[in-house]
Design a protein around this ligand. Structure first.
Ligand code: UTP
Length: 275
């Protein structure tokens, strides 16, 4: 089955970036001139996905306006040297469709994904957390790599990277067995959300890229609040993992945690030096 849709949970409050995120969505914070969510949409397009499904919340209208035409602005700069600055976003808008639904209460990432069901329906789909900015230079992007893995194994896929052991409390951590003949693909048999380093089975952390099979929605409907009182996607994925239905993929490329100030500055410097 082809992955046609990409879900962007973008309803979180982004409290780590206050006061910037008081009236501006975290996903609209720019790395150089491009908002985080545009980087994510470009990664999806590179992976052959053109249907974007965005879960927003109160105060997030700027995201909708960004993926729309701004007639006044565009007529103002028409024919001038600045027009070029809008060419990339115009191309995205012409290639893609954007649908939105609102998460009314911020009950966690799992709940945000469940809120997106109405936009996804009964098919496997990609999930991008735009505050994890990923790049693989001119080579295949992370989502494109993950779709290849999905095509081979036909089950949910999470992207993982090794993190320092003392940072496991920030991530969903997996444990699994390498798949025969691969050094980058694991069959997951355990996952724990944000474990203390002493309880973490490994240092392999899930980052903000997922391919999910649609049975995840029924599982999420029955998933109780977990760590932090939120409905956790890690807990729902664990249900699939019990049936050997989750693959973890150690991607090629770099990830910047742009939900944190350090990661955001690192990404800014990286893109400044490499673009
Ligand atoms: P985070 O916990 O990193 O984002 O959620 P946050 O809550 O916005 O940030 P801080 O910690 O307060 O600074 C990971 C992703 O899940 C989305 C967020 O928008 C982000 O992309 N999310 C989280 C939702 O859409 N809804 C939620 O209820 C929670």
């Amino acid at each position: 089955m082809k992955i046609r849709k990409c879900l962007f949970p973008a309803a979180g409050y982004g409290t780590r970036f206050l006061p910037a995120t008081k009236a501006t969505p975290k996903e609209m914070l720019p790395i150089l001139t491009k908002p985080l969510i545009q980087h994510g949409v470009e990664e999806a397009v590179e992976a052959g996905i053109y249907t974007m499904a965005i879960v927003t919340g109160r105060g997030k209208r700027a995201i909708e306006d960004h993926f729309d035409i701004s007639y006044e602005l565009e007529s103002q700069i028409k024919g001038g040297s600045k027009e070029e600055l809008l060419s990339e976003i115009r191309l995205l808008i012409s290639k893609c469709t954007f649908s939105y639904t609102r998460q009314i209460e911020m009950r966690g990432l799992g709940h945000a994904i469940l809120t997106g069901e109405t936009l996804i329906g009964d098919e496997p789909f990609a999930v991008v957390l735009a505050d994890d900015l990923c790049t693989n230079g001119d080579s295949d992007g992370i989502l494109k790599q993950m779709i290849e893995v999905f095509n081979r194994y036909q089950c949910s896929v999470v992207a993982i990277e090794e993190v320092p052991k003392e940072e496991t409390f920030k991530y969903g951590i997996i444990d699994g067995d390498l798949v025969y003949g691969r050094d980058d693909v694991y069959r997951v048999h355990n996952m724990i959300e944000k474990p203390n380093p002493k309880d973490a089975p490994t240092n392999m952390a899930i980052i903000g890229r997922y391919i999910l099979t649609p049975d995840i929605f029924d599982i999420l409907r029955n998933t109780k609040e977990g760590k932090g009182g939120e409905i956790q996607i890690t807990d729902a994925l664990m249900e699939q993992a019990k049936h050997d239905r989750v693959i973890a993929y150690k991607f090629k490329g770099k990830r910047f945690d742009c939900g944190s100030i350090d990661g955001f500055v690192e990404a800014t410097n990286y893109f400044y030096n490499n673009s």
